[in-house]
Write a protein that binds this ligand. Structure first.
Ligand code: B4P
Length: 202
């Protein structure tokens, strides 16, 4: 299935990057800039874990091990948030999709709902810097999956399951590759400029 970038007013953006690249940081800022909803699958799942819902009880062991949570569970969570009558118009999806199956389901939803995506922002950061950021966050926040062993597994899973999506979106003309190193303000200005060049601006 092919997808052309949509032309409606509110942007629909996806953030695709390895753990620690700044998805959460930049996702919140982009959503604020455009006045759209920020949907981070990691945050949604952590809320479920914290409140011990059935979804959270199923997701926890995968997250603690640095593995991806099964596709059907994640798809239900995301499609519940962006679906509805009418479907959500603008959004920033942060950390979704992460597998080819998720990407295909998201594309089907987008076409069926007349909510095709405007751009997929990929953040590129060298691996040693990713590890440094995540270990620092682990020390500061105590987040359970920000430890050396789990970080290594999350990076491995990213390469195997998520990195192939870069080619998936490049083939569809949606991929914006952004240098994610340096200060968060600098990264944000790089993203904003690339989106403006694409015709997506606030
Ligand atoms: P996520 O919450 O998405 O975890 P993440 O990949 O580490 O990204 P996060 O957004 O937290 O970190 P960021 O890079 O912004 O997922 C957690 C788990 O949930 C996954 O392992 C998986 O089990 C599950 N999951 C989530 N989505 C799923 C899906 N679709 N399918 C299946 N399973 C799924 O930032 C990291 C740190 O770097 C922060 O401390 C930040 O302050 C810092 N930072 C950011 N930008 C910086 C910069 N420019 N310079 C310096 N530091 C920076």
């Amino acid at each position: 299935m092919t997808q052309m970038a949509s032309t409606s007013a509110l942007p629909r953006l996806l953030l695709l990057a390895p753990p620690g690249a700044g998805k959460g940081t930049q996702g919140r800022r982009l959503a604020e800039l455009f006045g759209v909803t920020h949907i981070a699958t990691g945050d949604l799942l952590r809320e479920h874990v914290a409140t011990a819902t059935p979804v959270g009880r199923e997701a926890k062991s995968y997250m603690d091990a640095g593995e991806l949570v099964p596709d059907p569970l994640v798809l239900t969570l995301v499609l519940d948030r962006i679906g509805g009558e009418p479907p959500l118009d603008g959004f920033v999806l942060d950390g979704f999709p992460r597998t080819v199956a998720q990407a295909e389901a998201a594309m089907r939803w987008a076409v069926d709902s007349d909510r095709t995506f405007h751009a997929v922002v990929s953040l590129e950061v060298p691996t040693p810097e990713l590890i440094r950021r995540l270990l620092e966050r682990g020390r500061a926040s105590g987040r359970a999956d920000d430890n050396e062993v789990t970080i290594a597994e999350r990076l491995r899973v990213y390469e195997v399951k998520t990195a192939p999506l870069l080619a998936f979106y490049a083939r569809r003309g949606l991929l914006l590759e952004i240098d994610g190193s340096g200060d968060p303000d600098l990264v944000f200005s790089r993203i904003s400029e690339a989106l403006t060049r694409l015709g997506v601006s606030s």
